[in-house]
Design a protein around this ligand. Structure first.
Ligand code: SAH
Length: 346
């Protein structure tokens, strides 16, 4: 059955006409799906019962089931565990910032990139998410919070550029005028650095922000933390980022997780500053969130501040990521992992 929530309006119009119905019906359905955010064809009350029955036979309506919601007592961040129709579990996060509600979504079930400090990759990749499954994380959270979602970051479990076609369609549906209509400028896609895909994304000339997970200032150090570095040299990654900026004029956001004693020395900061010197960029420093499967430790607060100062001395704009939801398994992949672990133990 066709996944109706993953169809573009133009595709839906064609399909509905082929079913022998009037073209304007497609727009009504699209609005039920992507603006009113219904979970059932029977909620589409301006369609006849007969037509709704027909739709049920022809199409699958993907909607995620929230299995668990945890809200942080510290900062109001909420973490959601959703069940997909095949029984897989994914997680998403709602962060309430003063500049609006931000939802962090997953792009895959599991991940095959193998970054050493990340919990999402421990069980490998199960599959990529469909566009509808990416969208519905946002739709369900907007319905749950009863507040509009302003920003979307694709920084949850999975490597979005390893699920490229679905990601692109998702971005189109998310930002289109007839849908939720989130501005492209309010969307960030984070990648561990799949070079050919970064270049391909640049050629799409979207206005989204690219976040690049760097985490090291030299090829040698990066290889120790991120297996993807065995495939692409650091210099190639930086060149691809430069290309992305040239094509889109969007400033690149570099993510740098500080791991105690591994990449947090002043020398590392100086090397990083030299690497990024000629790029129009911004560095986001994130004290690593330790996971129990690895013995990495977070850098101390003073070390983080010193690292930031060192970057700023060289004219690199840097911010320290506010750590949100630490009390609720806030780090990438931790909630899903702990849920799966307790299920196994039972
Ligand atoms: N695969 C994409 C997006 C998902 S990860 C990427 O690599 O960018 C989102 C961000 O969280 C990445 O920068 C990732 O390196 C970082 N991250 C993962 N686990 C972390 C942890 N335990 N502590 C700090 N940052 C982590």
């Amino acid at each position: 059955m066709t996944d109706i929530k993953s169809l573009r309006l133009s595709e839906l119009q064609k399909e509905i006409e082929e079913l022998g119905e009037k073209r304007f019906r497609a727009k009504q359905i699209y609005s039920w799906l992507h603006v009113k955010l219904v979970d059932d064809f029977d909620e589409m009350t301006n369609l006849s019962r007969e037509f709704r029955e027909r739709l049920k036979k022809e199409y699958e309506l993907i909607s995620l089931v929230p299995v668990q919601v945890q809200t942080s007592g510290q900062d109001g961040t909420s973490k959601f565990l959703f069940r997909l129709s095949d029984g897989s579990m994914i997680e998403s996060v709602l962060m309430k910032y003063h500049h609006g509600n931000t939802v962090c979504i997953s792009s895959q079930v599991g991940c095959r990139m193998g970054c050493r400090f990340c919990a999402s990759t421990l069980g490998g990749l199960e599959r990529g998410l469909t566009p509808s499954e990416m969208l519905d994380q946002i739709y369900q959270i907007q319905k749950w919070s009863k507040e509009r979602v302003h920003n979307v970051v694709v920084m949850g479990t999975g490597e979005p550029l390893d699920n490229y076609d679905a990601l692109l369609r998702f971005l189109e549906l998310l930002t289109c005028e007839e849908g939720l209509h989130i501005s492209q400028r309010n969307v960030t896609v984070s990648t561990c650095g799949i070079v050919p895909r970064i270049r391909q994304l640049a050629d799409e000339k979207l206005q989204i922000t690219l976040a690049l997970s760097l985490h090291a200032s030299s090829q040698e150090k990066r290889r120790k933390l991120m297996p993807v570095a065995n495939q692409y040299e650091l210099s190639e990654v930086i060149d691809a980022c430069r290309y992305y900026f040239e094509k889109t004029k969007r400033r690149i956001s570099f993510e740098y997780s500080l791991v105690g004693g591994i990449n947090d020395r002043l020398e590392d900061a100086r090397e990083l500053a030299a690497l990024l010197q000629s790029l129009n960029c911004h560095v986001n420093l994130i004290p690593v969130n330790p996971i129990k499967e690895r013995d990495y430790v977070s850098s101390g607060r003073q070390t983080v501040l010193n690292f930031k100062n060192e970057l700023e001395k060289s004219g690199i704009v840097a911010t320290i990521r506010r750590e949100m939801g630490r009390d609720i398994d806030g780090a990438c992949g931790q909630l899903r992992k702990s849920y799966m672990d307790t299920k196994k133990e039972r």
